[in-house]
Design a protein around this ligand. Sequence first.
Ligand SMILES: N[C@@H](CCC(=O)N[C@@H](CS)C(=O)NCC(=O)O)C(=O)O
Length: 214
Amino acid sequence: MPLDFYYTISSPPCRSVLLLAKTLGLELNMKKIDLLKREQHTPEFLKINPQHTVPTLVDSGFTVWESHAILGYLVNQYGKDDSLYPREPKKRAVIDQRLHFDTGVLFPRMASYFLALRAGKKPDEDITAKLEEALQFLDKFLEEQDWVAGSTISIADYAYVADMSLTDVLGYDMSKFPNVVKWYSKVKKTIEGYDEIHNAAVIVLKQMIHSHPE
Ligand SMILES: N[C@@H](CCC(=O)N[C@@H](CS)C(=O)NCC(=O)O)C(=O)O
């Protein structure tokens, strides 16, 4: 079962899938896409994913992109059990809510902040306020529960922990979000292979901020 994985290491959505694949013991056929060289716009890749985004997974001819969809697919298809993405409707609804929050709020706001720095600018008040608000929401989610979507770790934690790598390179003061700080330190230790994947990404992300290509 070849699992072709199109990715770039600097991308948090890609790294969430890498972390989950490691947990599930899946071997990915790694296909690096260099976004700076616009490799996502080659006719070959556009044929696979017309939306030209990474991560993209091709599982023996079946294609899926959007990291949150990939995370759910991998657990459904390859998980030994459903603990990371329970089938029980209410548990799954909360996880889905958290995943959609990441797609629509948390990740885009972190990315805007990062892209401003990468362009050599100080993120403006609006970008900063929106990121603060997203992190406050996350802090609230974590107020009464240990994990992002409940009392056990789920694919939502995999999505969010990959985003958090950005705060490590942004020089962003996280002390205002104590529940996030506590959860981040715990989840990093819980997910196997976190350090290796995270450290590789931090090197690239720091280079991107220093090179100011735009
Ligand atoms: N919500 C999507 C975001 C995917 C996304 O925006 N990926 C970026 C890299 S982080 C990308 O592929 N950008 C290149 C492009 O859009 O052309 C996911 O979670 O997969």
